[in-house]
Design a protein around this ligand. Structure first.
Ligand code: SF4
Length: 464
């Protein structure tokens, strides 16, 4: 946060436009000026000059002066959307400015845990031994339970990525339907809840908002997960799509957890499509397994420019695609997620190139491709501002959507999906492409899929 905004802006605005800003009005103005100067790299002085010429605030009186200034700033802050439609002030999220955190921990190139905590019940588990073997200097501490540890620990956001490992016994959250988001079409996905937390540090990661402890939680009781799935399987009478990777990266720590080998041998004979979703190239354990047609290894993709600025610690694009090629060669199915797609200057050039790079490396058809534009709960934005002050992605054209999440406006999402889907279709007519967390209107552009069941059937039928 630039201090000059705090110190002088109020006085300058009040002097130039001859009125007094109340506290809420000033907060809105300060936030808009801050975001404009951040995303467009222009000074406060230039913004005030712009207001002098464009706002017509001098022709207004009382609070209308404030609205004239605010509307003018909104146009400058959201140039694309304001050229397209009138912006409803209610849909703009103007949170209080947050100073960046001091001594913020973030991901390192190679994950090196410093302390491993294990719940008493997991003593002697293979996970503890694996970590000990790989990191002989690791401090190992027994705790009565993670719940008690969290109660006694004062969590600081700056310590979110402290390299701690918690080995636990999971007793409740074994699997659940993906909650998707309200007012939007669900694809019928199920989450196999194996772990929470990630050694990578993506600026947009929603886990930042749900974490109340530093570190990564890894369950040691896989057999209980399998027992619970056996019970669940008897109740469902259709094939489903299920995977880890919602609250963790499925493979980032696989060389330490060996989860993938155990999951593949359990799920290979089940009537489900089991997906391991990653931004890593940790595929050795998978390559050591016999391929199975219902096991899908998938990669989230973004242009290298976005990986460099927003996906700290994750493998580069070339490494991800190289890993995908090896996995495809070994006989497993592969899939890709263009998610989150970020709208920025020259986005078309970069995403078109990404599609080209994908098809130059691996051969279609794939199990599926998903497309999802950047979206998040509002609470994530101040966290990102504190942890990633250089990131610009939340200063894009994001508004409060129908599900109360920050999203690009519909017209822009439509353009993005149509273009990327069009580029994909030039190479590949067979891979089913679906949208993640989108509404019925946007889905209409993608074909005749109107319900969760339609989408589920479309994805499963295209994977014989
Ligand atoms: S890879 Fe996924 S889970 Fe890990 S930090 Fe990035 S978004 Fe979060």
């Amino acid at each position: 946060m630039k201090n000059y905004i705090d110190k002088t802006l109020k006085k300058e605005i009040e002097t130039v436009f001859a009125f007094q800003l109340n506290q809420n009005q000033y907060q809105d103005i300060k936030r808009l000026v801050f975001e404009i100067s951040h995303r467009q790299n222009i000074s406060t002085l230039k913004i005030i000059n712009y207001l002098k010429i464009n706002s017509k605030a001098d022709k207004q009186t009382g609070r209308n002066k404030f609205f004239a200034l605010k509307d003018s700033l909104v146009k400058l802050r959201f140039p694309l959307t304001s050229a397209h439609k009138n912006i409803d002030r209610k849909n703009i999220f103007l949170n209080k400015l947050q100073a960046p955190l001091k001594n913020n921990w973030t991901a390192q190139d190679a994950f090196r845990p410093t302390t491993l905590f294990f719940e008493k019940k997991t003593k002697g588990s293979y996970l503890i031994n694996n970590f000990q073997k790989h990191f002989p200097n690791l401090k190992i501490k027994q705790i009565s339970s993670l719940k008690n540890y969290i109660k006694g620990d004062k969590f600081k956001l700056s310590e979110l990525k402290k390299p701690f490992i918690f080995i636990v016994e999971e007793n409740h959250d074994f699997l659940k339907p993906c909650p998707c988001t309200r007012e939007h079409l669900n694809c019928g996905y199920w989450i196999f809840n194996l772990g929470f937390g990630c050694p990578f540090d993506c600026s947009y990661c929603y886990l930042q908002q749900y974490t109340n402890s530093a570190g990564i939680i890894l369950p040691a009781n896989l057999d209980d997960f399998f027992y619970q799935f056996d019970k669940f399987e008897k109740k469902i009478n259709r094939p489903i799509r299920i995977g880890t990777g919602e609250f963790c990266d499925s493979l980032a720590l696989d060389h330490l957890t060996d989860y993938s080998a155990k999951l593949i041998s359990y799920f290979r004979n089940k009537a489900v499509f089991f997906e391991l979703k990653t931004k890593s190239n940790k595929i050795d354990n998978i390559l050591s397994q016999k391929a199975a047609s219902n096991i899908i290894i998938s990669w989230s993709l973004n242009p290298q420019k976005i990986i460099d600025s927003e996906e700290r610690g994750a493998s580069g694009l070339k490494e991800r695609l190289k890993a995908a090629k090896k996995i495809q060669k070994s006989g497993f199915k592969i899939a890709f997620h263009f998610d989150p797609i970020i709208y920025y200057k020259n986005w078309e050039k970069y995403y078109k190139n990404l599609v080209h790079q994908l098809y130059a490396e691996v051969k279609p058809p794939f199990a599926w491709i998903s497309l999802g534009t950047l979206r998040s709960n509002r609470q994530l934005k101040p966290i990102v501002e504190q942890r990633f002050p250089k990131s610009n992605i939340f200063y894009g054209e994001l508004f409060i959507g129908e599900d109360k999440k920050l999203r690009y406006p519909k017209f822009l999402r439509r353009i993005i999906y149509q273009k990327i889907n069009g580029w994909i279709k030039k190479f590949d007519q067979k891979t089913p492409v679906y949208l993640c967390m989108e509404d019925k209107d946007i889905w209409k552009d993608m074909g005749n899929l109107k319900t969760r069941k339609d989408i589920e059937t479309y994805l499963i039928k295209n994977n014989p």
